[in-house]
Design a protein around this ligand. Structure first.
Ligand code: ATP
Ligand code: MG
Length: 446
């Protein structure tokens, strides 16, 4: 008797040549992890260019498919009927498949044989199944070009998979195939989408959030945790770091010109994020910046902050409009959370009028107006973290292997501050740079 399965298609992995098995194995592992708690899932395995999810309950396929669609690397999920090579059995399954495809006027059958050992050719299968469907749906038309519904018949060794219900998945590559990144995560709309975007391309994401604690409430910390939970089906987040930044921002605000505060905050944030990245073995930082969106996102200001980083800074949303970002945030389930307002470090001690054309010399002077090295050290030593179970590829750094189920300080549980030295690149550049360079700033936000 035909049984319900979910058939996972993964086009892009198919392009990976000799490394293909690494991508496929990772995809199977990630899918297994994501579906581990679902009681209706029986077995997960590879079958000729697909991943097959076998179910104990035919009625669970829609739920399982919905979860699968969110797993990076999944190009498409089909709710299929798995039959034997018996013609009556798979023709009957085709009738069921077409019957569950919703309203339609036109259809066609598309047969494909993964192995040629089956006696019927694809064209014969098309005719056979098509004939049966015409008998069952006499008022519907067969249409070869752009039909409303396509009934697929995939013959694979001893199995025939028949399906019409098929949805496009999130695409991309399996998480864990593109290394690790540290993402700067606020509770706004942009950075969750930026995090998801690099996760979809196979990166394991380790978000870091700068909260205004103790000068503000810890609401933003809970919102960023909710964001990480919302991203669970995609399996991209291993751990969230939180840095209480409020007191240090106050210090900065007291000693640097008001108009330059934001750039100083952001330089410190980048330096701390980079320290965490080195600790984690992450090879890039990621932000949710989009060109010209706010004052800190002019090309000049981006350059002024990037000066601090010695690893690449990725900005996957740099060319996106806010509306596109919001549409994506709805799709990935972070929109509602990001709609809540919470004070975080970026809402603290904001200048009334950020400078629009600051000279590099002024920026460097402001940077040297406080002991930034000591501040960065101190922030790293007070970092906190919480772990999420969603990402099987995430490996915690050795010195912070202890798992935290709730947000807690990093260095009080046996972990040792690895004491990485602060990148000296910036200091060297400071010496070399002339005074004529200027930094343009605009707008009024970070
Ligand atoms: P988002 O950009 O996530 O919607 P936002 O609009 O509050 O948040 P921006 O001022 O646009 O933040 O900041 C640009 C980027 O800087 C963010 O996309 C994020 O990557 C990073 N960032 C801003 N605030 C924080 C924060 N409190 N903690 C960590 N990263 C932050
Ligand atoms: Mg933003």
């Amino acid at each position: 008797m035909a049984r319900r399965v979910c058939l996972v298609h993964y086009h892009e992995i198919g392009l990976k040549g000799k490394n293909r098995y690494i991508f496929e194995n990772r995809l199977v592992d990630n899918i297994s992890h994501t579906l581990a708690a679902d009681p209706a899932v029986d077995r997960i395995r590879r079958v000729s260019g697909h991943v097959l999810v076998e179910l104990t309950d035919d009625g669970a396929s829609a739920r399982v498919a919905k979860t699968l669609l969110q797993v990076p690397g999944v190009a498409r999920v089909s709710q299929a009927w798995r039959c034997g090579l018996d013609e009556d059995e798979y023709c009957e399954a085709a009738v069921r498949a077409l019957g569950e495809a919703g309203a339609f006027e036109t259809f066609k059958v598309h047969a494909h044989r993964a192995s040629t050992s089956y006696q019927l050719h694809s064209i014969d299968i098309n005719r056979l199944v098509g004939g049966v469907l015409c008998e069952h749906f006499p008022d519907k038309k067969v249409q070869m070009h752009q039909p409303d519904v396509q009934v697929n018949v995939l013959v694979n060794q001893g199995d025939v998979f028949v399906y019409a219900l098929s949805e496009r998945g999130c695409g991309g590559l399996p998480v864990g195939t593109a290394g690790k990144v540290v993402t700067l995560l606020s509770s706004g709309f942009d950075s969750p989408v930026a995090t998801w975007s690099v996760g979809r391309r196979g990166a394991v994401c380790v978000p870091i959030h700068f909260s205004g604690r103790p000068m503000t409430s810890d609401t933003s910390e809970y919102l960023t945790q909710d964001i990480c939970q919302a991203l669970a089906p995609s399996g991209i987040v291993g751990r969230l770091y939180v840095v209480p930044f409020g007191a240090r921002q106050r210090e900065i605000s007291l000693v640097v010109p008001e108009k330059l505060r934001i750039l100083m905050y952001r330089r410190v944030m980048f330096a701390v994020a980079e320290r965490i990245a080195r600790l984690e073995g992450a090879k890039a930082l990621v932000t949710g910046e989009s060109l010209g969106q706010v004052a800190s996102q002019t090309l000049e200001n981006i350059a002024a902050v990037d000066e601090i980083a010695t690893i690449p800074v990725l900005r996957p949303l740099i060319g996106s409009d806010k509306q596109e970002i919001i549409t994506r945030s709805k799709q990935i389930g972070t929109y509602e959370i990001s709609s809540e307002t919470a004070p975080d470090c970026c809402t603290l001690f904001m200048p009334r009028r950020p400078e629009t054309h600051a000279r590099m010399q002024e920026i460097h002077a402001a940077w040297n107006a406080f002991d930034h090295d000591a501040m960065i050290e101190d922030l790293v030593s007070h970092v906190e973290y919480i772990d999420f179970d969603q990402c099987p590829s995430y490996k915690a750094p050795k010195c912070l292997r202890h798992r935290h189920k709730e947000l807690g300080p990093a260095w009080t549980d046996g972990g040792e501050d690895p004491g990485f030295s602060i990148p000296t690149v910036f200091a060297d550049k400071l010496e070399q740079e002339g005074q004529s360079e200027s930094i343009a700033k605009g707008g009024s936000e970070t």
